[in-house]
Design a protein around this ligand. Structure first.
Ligand SMILES: [Zn+2]
Length: 173
């Protein structure tokens, strides 16, 4: 068999179809955990991944999903490298990824809000305990955290006080 000639852009497009095992509507690329793709000699690919947090149980699933996606396209040698530093932050998540999260009923990581004066101090004190999160169902920010841990350790459980729907919040790191 002739050596498969693959370029990095193509590998990125394949990875963009690999779903996150915890939130299947977003891909590992949307999530921002794929930090690098390197092609060696056309048929060997190294994919560098930074886990969302150390000890994330989904990482092994992600690793084998990445491997499988590339093997399926004929890449013989797939190396998945893990890079722990710099640590993943929710800023690495793509805008389309955040939009897909909301569509899926999960509040995306809260943006940093610019506030001034004593109100800002009061809000900051509250935010250090639990960030103000908009309800993915109705958009209300009248929400409260009901549990530090949602369906997975990466998420917290919230409840909307406006529409009364519970929802997952993808925690900032
Ligand atoms: Zn709501």
């Amino acid at each position: 068999m002739n050596a498969l000639l693959v370029d990095e852009a193509t590998v990125w497009s394949w990875l963009a179809e690999v779903p996150d095992p915890e939130i299947p509507v977003i891909s590992v690329v949307d999530l921002g955990i794929v930090r690098g793709v390197a092609v060696q000699g056309g048929d060997a690919v190294t994919v560098t991944i930074t886990p969302t947090y150390s000890g994330c149980p989904a990482m092994q699933v992600i690793e084998s999903a990445v491997r499988e996606a590339l093997h399926r396209r004929g890449v013989e040698h797939v190396h998945v490298a893990t890079r722990l530093s710099p640590a993943w932050t929710t800023d690495w998540m793509s805008e389309s990824g955040k939009a897909k999260l909301t569509g899926y009923g999960i509040a995306p990581p809260a943006q940093t809000v610019q506030l001034h004066g004593s109100l800002a101090a009061a809000v900051a004190r509250r935010a250090s305990l639990a960030p103000t999160v908009a309800c993915p169902h109705c958009g209300s920010t009248h929400t409260e955290m009901t549990s530090q841990f949602g369906s997975t350790p990466c998420k917290a459980l919230y409840r909307c006080l406006a529409c009364r729907e519970p929802f997952d919040y993808f925690k900032c790191h």
